[in-house]
Design a protein around this ligand. Structure first.
Ligand SMILES: Nc1ncnc2c1ncn2[C@@H]1O[C@H](COP(=O)(O)OP(=O)(O)OP(=O)(O)O)[C@@H](O)[C@H]1O
Length: 269
């Protein structure tokens, strides 16, 4: 699904992505865990073809960048992120935003077929958002917006679904509902491969069988989630002592047990 070989990305004397090699196989769902500024969004921008590695190579969904029509390619990738939220038109209705996912466009510039409209309504139903039909995007709550964005991302039946911190701004109930829906998507027939970006271990659902720990633009460790979410490993990763606890429902929680003073600068923000 994703094959990255020794990819680096440099800007203004700094190396933002530093010699990353990473393979995602069909059937895997990955969680990307890292502190602010560790390079998560930059890596996603690379996967979507918005930026190119300065050195190294990347192929996504079997297509090597440089040999593929990126506009067509992006239709195979659903993407939910805060930066997308900011680019949407606030006066568009919820259902039109979902529909626009079919064309990977902001707004709709094509004749809409009845079956597309039906599919959009079905996805809104699946995400418990059917009552939002007719509402303009700027009147929706944060939790409602996230559900509409996930429906939009699923509209083109993507092979890869990227969820970049989708729980930002959600209360604990909305967060858990959204996470349950993510789990349902992962368990569904013909489910896309999921990449889930977060700072929060509590958000890692059982469907995420793989986890990457990203620090300073480098892979600190990557492998099975159970191996990654180990107290000693995460203490090394965060550079301070933490305790990871298994929680009911194959979830995890984390508690800081070491001194704050040794925390990396970003974490203290
Ligand atoms: N175009 C650019 N030019 C210079 N520096 C950049 C550019 N894009 C990103 N960076 C820097 O690269 C680092 C990684 O940024 P990135 O947005 O990928 O981090 P992140 O892990 O997604 O962080 P967050 O969790 O805060 O969203 C940051 O220090 C950022 O300032």
């Amino acid at each position: 699904m994703i094959d990255i070989h020794h990819a680096s990305w440099r800007r203004e004397q700094s190396t933002i992505i530093n010699n990353i090699s990473w393979q995602v196989q069909p059937g895997e769902h990955w969680c990307l865990l890292g502190l602010n500024g560790s390079g998560k969004t930059t890596l996603l921008n690379m996967i979507n073809g918005y930026i190119w590695p300065t050195t190294g190579s990347i192929s996504v969904l079997g297509e090597k960048f440089g040999e593929v029509d990126l506009r067509e390619h992006r239709k195979r990738i659903g993407w939910v992120s805060t930066s997308l939220q900011q680019r949407l038109h606030g006066r568009d209705t919820a259902e039109n935003i979902v529909l626009s996912g079919k064309f990977a466009s902001i707004g709709i510039y094509t004749q809409i077929e009845d079956h597309d409209r039906e599919q959009a309504l079905q996805l809104m139903q699946q995400l418990d958002a059917e009552r939002l039909v007719g509402r303009t995007y700027d009147t929706l709550s944060q939790g409602e917006r996230q559900r509409i964005l996930i429906a939009r991302a699923l509209m083109a039946s993507p092979d890869l679904l990227i969820l970049d911190e989708p729980c930002t701004g959600l209360d604990i109930f909305a967060r858990d509902q959204l996470l349950q829906r993510v789990q349902t998507i992962a368990n569904g027939q013909n489910a896309p491969t999921l990449l889930y970006v977060t700072h929060h271990i509590e958000e890692i659902m059982p469907c995420f069988n793989k986890t990457m720990l990203l620090r300073d633009g480098q892979i600190f460790a990557a492998g099975s989630t159970a191996d990654m979410l180990d107290s000693q490993r995460l203490s090394d990763f965060f550079n301070t002592s933490v305790e990871v606890r298994p929680e009911p429902g194959d979830r995890y929680s984390i508690r800081l047990t070491g001194p704050f003073t040794t925390m990396p600068a970003e974490a203290a923000e």
